[in-house]
Design a protein around this ligand. Structure first.
Ligand SMILES: Cc1cc2nc3c(=O)[nH]c(=O)nc-3n(C[C@H](O)[C@H](O)[C@H](O)COP(=O)(O)O)c2cc1C
Length: 146
């Protein structure tokens, strides 16, 4: 059993609902999961006490990548989160009609990796309404590494 923290930034609830799907699946797989809105956490030692952290964030902006508002302070201070050697997975919702489809997911993945996190697999980028099947397919190989 692993202890997993899921932290999400979500404005209209899409990434939040994906977080809940992930948490339910991981809980059913025997893991201890905590879900938090990025607006309710501090970056300081965020990963302490967890085996893995799942970051979820939607993308906002037109010409450039903008992270969902609640996630911005966490992203800015991510170096304080204690991610070195920690297992990390990144997911988020977006829209392929924008130039930077799920750009927030990419920048969070890059920053986590640069801080020494061990990426559990590919990112999950959801176009439009989240579907549980899509989440489950992504999660299967990732949860095998927990
Ligand atoms: C003003 C605006 C800007 C957006 N910019 C992007 C973008 O740059 N890239 C992207 O993939 N999606 C973009 N989106 C789509 C949202 O990320 C998408 O609706 C997502 O599902 C919202 O997730 P949330 O409910 O978790 O916040 C944008 C949407 C709006 C309304």
């Amino acid at each position: 059993m692993s202890k997993v923290l899921v932290v999400y930034g979500s404005t209209t609830g899409n990434t939040e609902s994906v977080s809940e799907v992930i948490a339910k699946a991981l809980t059913n797989g025997g893991h201890a999961v905590e879900v938090q809105s990025a607006g309710d956490v501090s970056a300081e030692n965020l990963a302490e006490g967890y085996d893995a952290v799942f970051f979820g964030c939607s993308t906002w902006g037109d010409d450039e990548i903008e992270l969902q508002d609640d996630f911005i302070p966490l992203y800015d201070d991510l170096d304080k989160a204690g991610l070195s050697g920690k297992k990390v997975a990144v997911f988020g919702c977006g829209d392929t009609s924008y130039e930077h489809f799920c750009g927030a997911v990419d920048v969070i993945e890059e920053k986590s990796e640069s801080l020494g996190a061990i990426l559990l697999g590919d990112t999950l980028k959801i176009d439009g309404d989240p579907e549980a099947d899509e989440v489950a397919t992504w999660l299967t190989p990732i949860s095998a590494k927990l």
